[in-house]
Design a protein around this ligand. Structure first.
Ligand SMILES: Nc1ncnc2c1ncn2[C@@H]1O[C@H](COP(=O)(O)OP(=O)(O)O)[C@@H](O)[C@H]1O
Ligand SMILES: [Mg+2]
Length: 203
């Protein structure tokens, strides 16, 4: 079966091959070759490590099938639609509550997603999180709060009509589920203020 390109991002191309997804981090000609190879290798291995951890805790994310430690990950294909495309026509409060709960599960396992947007979530039987290319391990309230803030900004910009309600619903369930959620939510207020200050300064 031939490879079919299904997505092209800034860092990676995704192919569908034999009902699996191949995520290839391509070389960037503007980077020095050695640095480019190191960076792609590092990110590929890091994403693989996170996917393995997620499988170990039974978190709904693509299973890792193969990792060449350099630039290719082969992962399970999730059959479903991007949450970005269906959120507004669905029971969005319920879906966002699920998103909040799943974010809490990640954080409880010291995983920061790093790019928590509805473009990186797919609805199958339940919501799956994808794209762990920017993820890392941390227990810091600051890192968790920044993760939540990204979710907030994404919801309020991409889904501006329902974003506010959605984020509230996500935060409610996050607060119920997350360990040390008081500290994280308090930190979120600081991160939000910082964001507003930056936006003001830039205007
Ligand atoms: N495991 C998967 N199953 C099905 N589709 C996927 C899977 N992983 C990625 N995709 C599709 O490819 C797109 C880009 O993948 P992603 O991992 O988010 O890479 P990036 O955003 O870095 O380009 C996703 O938005 C989704 O449509
Ligand atoms: Mg993505």
């Amino acid at each position: 079966m031939p490879k079919r390109l299904i997505a092209q991002g800034a860092e990676a191309r995704l192919f569908l091959e034999h009902n699996l997804i191949v995520k290839n981090r391509f070389s960037k000609s503007y980077r020095i070759k050695e640095i480019d190879e190191k960076l792609r290798g590092f990110r590929t291995r890091r994403e693989a490590k996170i996917l393995q951890k997620l499988e170990a805790i039974n978190f709904p994310a693509p299973r890792l099938i193969k990792n060449d430690e350099k630039e290719n990950l082969i992962i399970e294909k999730i059959n479903g639609k991007l949450v970005k495309d269906i959120l507004e026509h669905s029971d969005y409060k319920k879906l966002c509550s699920e998103i909040g709960k799943k974010t809490a599960i990640l954080h409880n396992n010291s995983i920061i997603h790093g790019d928590l947007t509805t473009s990186n979530m797919m609805l199958s039987k339940e919501i799956y999180f994808i794209d762990f290319g920017l993820s890392f391990f941390s227990e810091k309230a600051e890192d968790k709060a920044v993760d939540l803030h990204l979710l907030e900004e994404g919801l309020k910009s991409k889904h501006y009509r329902i974003g506010e309600v959605c984020f509230k619903s996500a935060l409610d369930s996050y607060g119920r589920e997350a360990k040390n959620s008081d500290a994280t939510l308090k930190r979120l207020e600081v991160v939000e203020k910082r964001g507003r200050y930056r936006a003001k300064k830039g205007s």
